[in-house]
Design a protein. Sequence first.
Length: 314
Amino acid sequence: LLLSLPSFAAPQLRIGTLAPKASPWGQVFETWAKAVSAKSGGAVELQFFYNGQQGDEAAMVGKMKSGQLHGAAVTSIGLSKIYKPILALQLPGLFSSWAQLDRARDAMKAEFEKGVSDAGFRLAGWGDVGIVYFLSKGVDVKAPANLQGKKPYMWRDDATQPTLFQVIGGVTPVPLNVPEVLPQLNTGAINVVMSSALAAEQLQWSSKLDTILPDPAVFSVGAVVLSSKQLDALPADLRQIVLDTGKVAASALTTRIRNEDAASLGRLKQKMTVLSPSADDKAKWAGVYKQTRQRLAQGTFSPELVTKLEGLAN
């Protein structure tokens, strides 16, 4: 008789991420999962898949659309597969401080979240990845021209990096997905990456690199997105628990990641050769970044969006 009774498993939200479980992101996600389970009395659960087990971010978004995944913690690259204008927050050279990024993101939040919602997703909470720098092995990238003839990694799904390298000229980037980067660093197939210090440490890239240009190129952001269809299938009280705890997790993550990223940068500076670009070098980078933004405003993004973000950054 007992064997014939139906079993009622708690609804489970399957969420993918590139982050390792032991990373600061993973630790917060695990805390979020425990909070959801506790507050719902085990009536709903979050199951995270770490280390890119569900593929790169574009693949995870595709699985969300097909129903194989119910959510993903993604950077702006993944978000751009849902609503491309969000990627404009990653325009190179756009921001020089977190305060500028916060001001711009807050101003655009309603528009961006509506775009995500219209695409069939719910943004559960914004997050950060860290400040992106040029990290390299045996390559001094004080000035843009130093990248010519080198082998920089380019995230295959990033719509901004190809234009950046085209503006510099003489650069043939190596397009890869994130899980492919470490093996290519091991073989020497790439010798330059653009990454936050924290991400480089957590993904084990920094152990293969020896030089850093400590001038910010990008302030990298992300978010946790959930399938609206899956959320709407939950009872209202359970749905609210997931969303409320998600906001708390995102807020805690923002503070923690910024602090951890700054600490990571300090550690890398102790281990690596730290480049000191001249005023002329800095001016050349600023010129490359500005020209890149201008080109991206001619098709990838609307001119109005780029102009607005540049205004918010000042």
